[in-house]
Every structure is written in structure tokens, then in C-alpha cells.
Design a protein around this ligand. Structure first.
Ligand SMILES: [Zn+2]
Length: 148
């Protein structure tokens, strides 16, 4: 906690490197526990961390995870559909095979990438605003300090 009126930067207890490592492995950005998703439910995010109580769901901010859907869409497009289109364009696969891959992949790839897109979106937010994490003295939300 920095004193009032001080402009000196505060050392982060959770570093940006830790935030990236936790985001890539679907862990809580605040404490690093494996509690982001419910067990045996691929598409269910826990509302909060079972270890530290950090709230993953944002009740007053319904649009927050729209970013993760955009991320999922973008990765599907650039990481799957574009390569399939290029394979068809250069004659590596036939047009029929490309259409089959594209239609099947457009459904399956976003489902497989769902967890990563949610976790990576949280990682993205706290990478740029690490002082919002409760472990770093924040409230976990935008508007909790003078910077946002
Ligand atoms: Zn936690």
C-alpha cells in the first residue's frame, strides 16, 4: 500500500510474468490455484476462486467476457480457417476437403479453445492492469482506483 499522495510505483506481489503463466495454464490470476473452471464441466467458469475468493464472474460487467469470445473468434479465423483456406488455395487439399474441414473446424475449434479464450482474456486484462488484482492491493475491478 503506497502512502497517500505518493507517486512512487508499488512493487507487485503478483508479477506480469506470473499473470501470463497463470493465464496460459488456466489458473486463478490472483493466487495461482487451479480453480478457474468447474470440474467435469468444460464450459462452466467458477464464479470465484475456491482458494482465495477472487471473483471471476463480473456481475455488474456483463460485457467483460465478450472480449474472450472475440479472442476465440479471431484465433479460430487466423489459426484454423485461414490455414485451411491456404491449403485449398495452393492445392494441398481439394475444395471439398477444405469445405469439410472449415465447417467442422468452425464448430469444433472454438469449443476446444473455449477455456483458453476465457483464461487468456482474464490474463490480458490483468497483464495490463496488474494493480487491480487483490494480491497487488486492488479490488479486482476497473474503477477501484484512480487509474481507471
Ligand atoms: Zn485464487
Amino acid at each position: 500500500m503506497k502512502p497517500a499522495g505518493s507517486s512512487a510505483p508499488v512493487a507487485l506481489r503478483v508479477t506480469r510474468g506470473q499473470i501470463i503463466a497463470r493465464g496460459l495454464t488456466h489458473r486463478c490470476p490472483n493466487c495461482g490455484a487451479h480453480s478457474l473452471f468447474r470440474e467435469n464441466a468444460w464450459f462452466r467458469l467458477n464464479s470465484d476462486c475456491r482458494n482465495c475468493g477472487f471473483a471471476f464472474e463480473r456481475g455488474g460487467d456483463e460485457g467483460f467476457f465478450l472480449g474472450s469470445m472475440s479472442l476465440n473468434y479471431g484465433v479460430t479465423l487466423m489459426g484454423f480457417l485461414l490455414p485451411v483456406a491456404l491449403l485449398a488455395f495452393f492445392g494441398v487439399v481439394s475444395g471439398r476437403v477444405a469445405v469439410g474441414l472449415a465447417v467442422g473446424g468452425a464448430v469444433i475449434f472454438p469449443m476446444l479453445f473455449y477455456r483458453s479464450s476465457r483464461s487468456w482474456w482474464l490474463m490480458n486484462y490483468y497483464f495490463f492492469l496488474p494493480h487491480h488484482l487483490p494480491a497487488n492491493g486492488g479490488t479486482g475491478r476497473a474503477g477501484g482506483d484512480a487509474n481507471t
